[in-house]
Design a binder for this molecule. Sequence first.
Ligand code: FES
Length: 250
Amino acid sequence: MEVTFRIRRLNPEDPAKSKPYWQNFTLTEVNGTDRVLELLHRIKWEQDGTLAFRRSCSHGICGSDAMRINGRNVLACKLLIRDVGEKVQVEPILGLPVEKDLIVDMEPFFDHYRSVMPFFVNDNPLPADGRERLQSPDDQAIISDSSNCILCACCTTACPSYWANGQYVGPAAIVQAHRFIFDTRDQAAEERIEKLAEPDGVWRCRTIYNCTPACPRGIEVTRAIGEVKLAIRKGSRDGIIDPKDIHVHS
Ligand code: FES
C-alpha cells in the first residue's frame, strides 16, 4: 500500500528551517505489518537523510522513540502501520523543548525524575548471608506495575497539567516514586512523600487520565498517582505509611 507521512520538522541551525513546518513524504510498497519506526528509517535512508529522530532498541524497551502519531503518544517501534492507516502525522512529544525534528530535550523530564530519589535506600546492614534483601511475592506485587516504567515520557508529555506547567513533576516521576515509596524494603518514603506534597508535586494531577492510555508498558499510571496521593493524606494524618494499607489490588 501507499502511505503518506506528514512530519513536523525544525532545524534551529538552518535559518530557513528554524521555525516549525510540516513536510510530506510518500512511501510505496508498505506492508501493514511494517512498524512506523521502520518507515521513518525508510524516509531517512531513501528520501531525506536530514530527518532526525531518536531510536535504539526497536523493541519497546529503551523508550527512546516516543513521538506523537496521529495525536497519540506512542513508541514508533511498537506501532504497526495497519493500526494507523494510510495517512500518518508525526510530531515530537509535547511539553519539552524541540531540539531538531522529532528530537526533544529530555533534561527537564529527567530533572523531575531525579527529584523523587528514584533509587533504593536502606542503610541497614545486609542480611547475614550478605546476598540480598528478600521480599515476599505479595510485597513485590505492590510495586510490580510501577517497576515496568521505561522512562519514555509518553505519560508525562500526554498530560495537560504538564503542558500548562512544566514545573509539575509529572506522571512518570510519580510512577518512579511509587516504585520506591511502596517498596517494603526501602527507608526513604517520607522524603519522597515530602517532595511530592509540594505545590508542583502530585496535587497538580487533575486525574485527566491521559497518562494511562499513553503508557506503552500498560502501567496503570493514574492509579499509581492516586496511591501516592493517598499515602500523602494518610502520612499527614497518621504519620505512618504502610504500603499494604494504600495499594489497591486490581
Ligand atoms: S526504539 Fe527502543 S523503545 Fe522504541
